[in-house]
Structures are given as structure tokens and as C-alpha cells.
Design a protein around this ligand. Structure first.
Ligand code: 9G3
Length: 574
């Protein structure tokens, strides 16, 4: 006899009002649906319904991890400071690392991540190349003392992460596991019902770390990304490759134009009645030696300082005073007539534009039709712009779309950073001791829960995907006192439970409206309403929460009508 959950017994205190500190849907709805409760800023309790969802997400994560051959362990949250001294990271982190002393005055931290711990674990026991590769993972609470916890579970100070670590004797082996984990992470997002994009961090990114972030598209997301609707290209606007689409300014020769009071791209475009994409924006910086450099990008784009820093060692933008000291008229800077020794570096997408609309290096004047190659020369071409929606996809040429994303998981190639620092070596085939090559892979489990709600909600509440819903179907007897209706509802609930569905019955003595509102708020994927009128025709009403569609179903054919969902439920199990 599979149990039917009873709402009269379930601890799920739903609320009518939004919590005052909730700014986004998932925070509001998880609290109102009686799934989480705040203990302190960025610290939450999961109530029974929240736990049921958490358990399903974790089950999906475990299935996908185990399928890769990774083995589950559980490391402590309490980590000895010594290990962080060995890795040299104890002082890398400020107050974000939650430190404490035990009764013997020994230093500890509450683990924000577990690279040190896992490396110390294996360095004494993973000794031979024959034992490699090995991947270990855990699902564990993590602690990061965020300066401004917000958005409920999305940016909390204690959160649940699945973190995996892999150990290899070669880069190829690491790459293989990295690819397998990336596929598994895609599966996890799919099975959790997330609309996501894998976002490669630009390989040249600072520190050269190879990593890929899995972004769940959501307006509440903190990450800004672009993605291609036609191929799998996606990029974090911080570092993604940019292919701008500047427009040519029609002119047969360079002409100097008086542009009184024009000091911005918007004003220049307006003054000349052209698109901002037909203008060229100048940015002035200096390199590590203090030499001034002039950068030119399409007028409708922003300079990506991370990218500029990759082209110019020690790049920094000049302040207004420094621009003046360099003898340059801010707002009218251009490549023609620059003071001696100032390098001209231009964004690659400007190669396609031979005549520029750009400052004339004289306050109040601009050039139109300045011709690249004859009126001025570009010393160096580079990808300098912040990629944005409307740019062309560098892979397939389609028009990129913009979105905000929640980083729900991430795969990293660590190399030997920790194994070298902590003397974690294995004996290689040639008998020499070599530091492990490592990878690490994290899924924000509690963050995934919130991301699912961000993507699956409407004005009435949450719309849980079947695979992660706290239960599959809620049976709602309209009048629990009616001794005709109620027993039928009970029987339907029991039959569905025996049939393998997770069933809850709203056996509370409340008005129908109250029950419907609660069912929609909590977001049971399916609702079956049992009422006197329907029973007269031998029917009940089956409602699908995600689409709102309702159908009157004859009692005799209810099991058949539910079969559509049974199939879907099974499909999602691995
Ligand atoms: C710290 C603190 C915060 C941190 C870290 C260390 C982020 C830290 C990066 C990672 C990398 C991967 C394994 C799972 C996947 C992510 N925030 N990171 O190392 F001390 Cl206070 O955690 N770790």
C-alpha cells in the first residue's frame, strides 16, 4: 500500500503574502509554498516539500555521476586550516572564507569547496598510475560568507553542492573525463527541466583556466550572456568572442566636420543622422610601461577591458586628467593626427569598414570618411568589444540573442595546481613521481532547485516539471464532509498511489477556492478535482498545472488518461 500524503498532516505552511525581502520569483514562491524558511540572511531551512524536490534533484545528480564511474564519498564541512596553508589559499580569501577556532585554538574553516581536502585524502593512497583515472564526488553543504546574500537560494551563505574531483596521469585523460562530465551536466539540466546553455569561458581567459559554465536562462540570473538560436554557441559577455557588425559610412573622401558640443557617440550619431554602429568609438589607455594606447571599437559596442588586458600588458584606461595630459581632446579622439608614439589598436570587426566616422583629435571636430590604410593605419587588430545581442554568431553567422543566466554548474580543468602545492604525486609508468593532473566539477544543487522555479512559474505559483515535483498529483475533494464525494476521492488517490504515482490528497475542510489556490501555488503537476456535479455524470476534472488545460474524465477511464503522464514520469528516470 503506497502511502497517500494528506495535507491535514503535511507540514507545508503556505503563505498568502510575499516575504518582504524576496525580490525574485523563486525566492517569493519557495517561501510562500512552504518549501523553505529563512533562518538568517542567506541561511535557510528546507521544509518537507522542499526536501522532496531536493531529494529528486540529488537522485538525478547521483544517477548521472555514478553513470560516469564517479564514486560517492562524503567529506567534512569542517576543514583544518593546515590544508589551506599547504595550498597557499588560506590568505587568498578574505572574510568570504568562514574561519573558526576549535577548543584547542586550532584553526578551521567551514568548507566553501574541497580541493584541499580531496587532494590530501588521495595523496597517500592513490599511489600508482594504474589506479588512474579516479573520480570522487560528494553532495555536501558549502559555506561562503557572501557580502550581500540575496535572491533566496540563488546566492546564500550555506548551500548544497555536488562537487566532484578527478585525478589523471595525462591531459588527454583529464580531457576525456571533462567531456564526459560536461555531457552528464547537460543531462542533469535536461532532466531537471532547465533551459540552459553551456558557456565556454574563453580559453585565453585570465589564468588560462579551461572551464565551462552551465547557465540556466533566467532574467533573475546574475550572469549576462549571449547565445545563438541556430547553433550551440553561447558566451559570457565578460569574455565571449565578439563579432560586431559595424555599418559603412558612405563617403568618397575624408572630410573634417565641425561638431560643436558633440562629446558622446550618441550625440555624434544624432548630429550626423547615422546609426551608432556607423561610428567608431575611441578609448584611451596605457600599458604596463605607461605608454598611451588608443583603442578603436564599433560605436555601438563597449570596450571589454578583460580582452584589452590580454592584448596590452598591464592595460588600464586613462583617467580624464591623464587623457588631457596626453594632449588628447576627450570626445574627439581619432586615429588621424595622433601624437607621436601612440599605438592604434582596433577591434577586428572594424576591418570590414574602410571609411570611419571618428574624432579628429581636435576638440569640437570629427572626421567622416577617414580611410583605413591611407588617412591612417591600424597598428594591431584584436577582439576588444563586449559581445552583445544583435552581433553575428562567430560560429554560424546567425544573429545572437541576449539573456541573463543563473550559473547552475561548472566544469574545470585544474591541472596540477593543487597536487603540486600539496605534494600529491603518483608513481608513473616510468617509475618517476608525478603530480596528479586534476579536474573538478560542481553542480549547485540548491541553486538548481531555485533555477527550476525561476523557469517554471506563473502568476499562480510554481509549475514543477514532473521529474522533480514534490509529488505528481493532488486529489482535491471539493467537500470533505460530503460522504458521497470524499470516499471516491480517497479511492482515486489510493488507486493512483498503487499505480506508482506520488499522490497527495487535500483532505482539509477548506473552501474549494482556497484549495485550488494552494494547489496552484505549490505547483503539483496534476490536479484531480472530485465534486458532486461531476460525479453525477461519473466524471472528475483532470487539470495539468503547466498548461492550465482541464478535461472532464470519466472515472472508468481515469487510469488511461493518466497513462500519458506515467510514460513521461518513467522517461525521466535513467
Ligand atoms: C574559497 C571561497 C570561495 C570560493 C572558493 C574558495 C569559488 C573557490 C572556486 C571553486 C571551484 C570549483 C569544486 C566544485 C566546482 C567549483 N568560491 N571557488 O575555490 F575559499 Cl571563500 O569552488 N570547486
Amino acid at each position: 500500500m503506497t502511502d497517500v500524503m494528506r495535507l491535514t498532516e503535511l507540514y507545508a505552511p503556505t503563505l498568502k503574502e510575499d516575504p518582504a525581502d524576496a525580490e525574485i520569483a523563486s525566492h517569493r514562491l519557495l517561501v510562500r509554498a512552504g518549501m523553505i524558511r529563512k533562518v538568517a540572511s542567506g541561511v535557510y531551512t528546507y521544509l518537507p516539500l522542499g526536501m522532496r524536490v531536493l531529494a529528486k534533484i540529488e537522485a538525478i545528480v547521483r544517477e548521472e555521476m555514478n553513470a560516469t564511474g564517479a564514486q560517492e564519498i562524503l567529506m567534512p564541512a569542517l576543514q583544518p586550516a593546515e590544508l589551506w596553508h599547504e595550498s597557499g589559499r588560506w590568505n587568498d580569501y578574505g572574510p568570504e572564507l568562514m574561519r573558526l577556532n576549535d577548543r584547542h585554538d586550532h584553526g578551521f574553516c567551514l568548507g566553501p569547496t574541497h580541493e584541499e581536502l580531496i587532494t590530501a585524502l588521495v595523496r597517500n593512497e592513490l599511489r600508482s598510475y594504474r589506479q588512474l583515472p579516479t573520480t570522487l564526488y560528494q553532495i555536501q553543504s558549502k559555506f561562503r560568507d557572501e557580502i550581500r546574500p540575496r535572491f533566496g537560494l540563488l546566492r546564500s551563505r550555506e548551500f548544497i553542492m555536488k562537487d566532484a574531483y578527478s585525478f589523471h596521469s595525462s591531459q588527454e585523460s583529464l580531457q576525456e573525463t571533462y567531456d564526459v562530465m560536461s555531457k552528464a551536466y547537460g543531462n542533469i539540466c535536461e532532466r531537471c527541466g532547465l533551459d540552459y546553455r553551456p558557456v565556454e569561458a574563453d580559453s585565453g581567459q585570465i589564468g588560462g583556466s579551461v572551464t565551462c559554465e552551465f547557465m540556466a536562462l533566467a532574467d533573475a540570473g546574475e550572469a549576462e550572456l549571449v547565445y545563438c538560436p541556430d547553433c550551440d554557441f553561447a558566451a559570457n559577455t565578460e569574455a565571449g568572442a565578439c563579432c560586431a557588425h559595424p555599418t559603412e559610412y558612405e563617403a568618397s573622401a575624408m572630410e573634417k566636420i565641425e561638431t560643436p558640443g558633440v562629446a558622446s557617440i550618441a550625440e555624434l550619431a544624432e548630429f550626423l543622422h547615422i546609426e551608432e554602429s556607423a561610428t567608431v568609438k575611441a578609448m584611451v589607455g596605457k600599458d604596463a610601461d605607461g605608454k598611451v594606447v588608443a583603442l578603436f571599437i564599433p560605436g555601438d559596442h563597449e570596450l571589454n577591458e578583460i580582452k584589452a588586458g590580454r592584448v596590452i600588458e598591464g592595460f588600464e584606461l586613462l583617467t580624464d586628467d591623464e587623457i588631457k595630459d596626453a594632449g588628447l581632446p576627450k570626445g574627439s579622439i581619432g586615429p588621424v593626427g595622433l601624437p607621436e608614439g601612440i599605438r592604434v589598436i582596433a577591434d577586428e570587426s572594424l576591418k570590414a569598414v574602410s571609411r570611419w566616422v571618428v574624432g579628429a583629435n581636435e576638440a569640437g571636430y570629427h572626421y567622416v570618411g577617414a580611410c583605413q590604410g591611407s588617412d591612417f593605419t591600424v597598428d594591431q587588430w584584436a577582439d576588444l568589444s563586449v559581445v552583445k545581442a544583435g552581433d553575428t554568431c562567430p560560429h554560424c553567422g546567425a544573429v545572437l540573442e541576449g539573456a541573463r543566466g543563473i550559473e547552475v554548474s561548472q566544469v574545470f580543468q585544474l591541472g596540477d595546481k593543487y597536487s603540486k602545492a600539496m605534494g600529491a604525486v603518483y608513481s608513473a609508468e616510468d617509475g618517476s613521481d608525478q603530480p596528479f593532473i586534476m579536474g573538478c566539477y560542481g553542480v549547485g544543487v540548491s541553486r538548481t532547485l531555485a533555477a527550476i522555479v525561476e523557469q517554471h512559474n506563473d502568476e499562480y505559483g510554481i509549475q514543477w516539471p514532473l521529474a522533480v515535483a514534490p509529488a505528481h498529483v493532488c486529489v482535491i475533494p471539493l467537500n470533505v464532509g460530503d460522504d458521497e464525494v470524499y470516499p471516491v476521492a480517497e479511492r482515486i488517490a489510493q488507486n493512483l498511489a498503487n499505480d506508482g504515482f506520488e499522490v497527495v490528497i487535500d483532505d482539509r475542510d477548506e473552501r474549494p477556492g482556497f484549495k485550488f489556490a494552494d494547489a496552484d501555488l505549490i505547483g503539483w503537476p496534476l490536479q484531480i478535482v472530485v465534486g458532486k456535479r461531476g460525479l453525477k455524470e461519473g466524471t472528475v476534472e483532470l487539470k495539468r498545472r503547466s498548461t492550465g488545460e482541464k478535461q472532464d474524465v470519466a472515472l472508468a477511464t481515469l487510469s488511461e488518461a493518466m497513462s500519458a503522464f506515467r510514460r513521461f514520469k518513467r522517461n525521466n528516470a535513467r
